[in-house]
Design a protein around this ligand. Sequence first.
Ligand code: ADP
Ligand code: MG
Length: 470
Amino acid sequence: MTDSPLNLIWKNTLKEIESTFSQAQMKTWFHGSRLSDLKPGKAEISVENTFSKNVIKKYAEERLVASLSKHAGFPVQNITYLISEVKTKDVNNQGLFDGETTAEATDGGSNNNNRSQVENNQTQIESNLNPRYTLDNFIVGNKNRLAHAVSITVAQNPGKVYNPLYLYGGVGLGKTHLMQAIGNAVIAREPQKKVLYVSCEQFINEFVACLKSGKIDSFKKKYRTIDLFLIDDIQFIAGKDGTQEEFFHTFNTLYETGKQIILTSDKTPSEIKNLEERLSSRFNSGMIADIQPPDFETRQAILLSKCQEKGVYFSNEITSYIAEALETNIREMEGVITTIQANLLSENIKTPTIADIRRILNLRYTPSKPSKKNRLDNVFEIICEFYQIDIKDLKGPCRQKEFVKPRQITMYLMKHDLGMTFPSIGREIGDRDHTTVMYAVDKIEKEIKKIPEFLEEIENIKQLYYAKSK
Ligand code: ADP
Ligand code: MG
């Protein structure tokens, strides 16, 4: 980045206020921020998301006003925030604070921005792939080395060597990650390839829906013309006879035309009960690679890499402690980082000790449940605080964007965290109709699936709310 006057002022400002906050706070809050406009009296700061805006506004604005005024050479009393829509969605992921360079795609393909754009479009519209999952950011240890190596080979030679590839292992160990990483690597190299990722459940639901609506031909056409078919958690096909029959034909068509099929499961083919023998034998006919729970060193390496992705910095002592405490599931590890991050923030702890971490983790695992009424009040309160809006606007009729999104997230939390029914949510949030609530919850669920940063935003809100409700 060249140092334009605005950049320079922003750099100096951040440097100055750096001493007031922890490194982790600086990295999390100001990641991707810039000074987008500056005039006597007011400055506009562009930040990555609402979370950054809110924490900066709440904890750092005063310092910013003073420091900006000093470096600008005129008083700046007013700060406005611009949420930048453009996110780093590089298939190679990361976009780290320090602008560290990331490793080349494992397939050796070189990327350029235009192509990344193509990939992103395809990634989100057609293939259902999440660009966050890459072969590069998959940490390799003894327990997943084979699965990773095989995945690289498949990504380089789809349909040619290991077909089908069957990845199996316990929950949260990286099956979905590896499978999607193969898809992302193939698209990065050959954007024209038709890659499709579906969960087994989606496949079943779509099949049933197409049967009902007489659209089975288009279903067949869709699934039988793919180059790389990724089907996740195939064990759920057990006992679904109609779907198994259809899947068998899909499988054969793809296989016979040299298309790559990748399956994941928490069981080996033979362990899946009520799976037709002919399917089981096909799954067994390719490459079966298992992923076992990671050992301590791998857990620590994964933890460090996840912390880096999230812009969080813990001491060695703390990462060892967490890696020791969490023995199995990597997904859980990610959740734990977010929990710790949010708690440290809300408690304003800059340099956490092991005792802090222990307390925070216990808090997550054995929360004493407050009454539903209190929890509901807490949801309202946290949302209003987080998005800096008034409760009457949250519950009110105004359909301005700045109120609609927090309102929909509130409804989502009421449904998923408080287990409330659609009509009762409607009653609590400004006497809305239950169909409005259903629409809102559905919308948030879809956004969460589509946009990883959005999921993170909701996780942050949840953690603040859990901390408040403890
Ligand atoms: P599974 O499908 O086996 O249940 P996922 O692929 O969804 O597990 O993995 C859970 C989370 O852990 C994901 O966010 C994934 O990125 C992460 N993860 C799993 N294994 C690794 C690894 N070896 N390196 C980096 N991240 C990993
Ligand atoms: Mg999975």
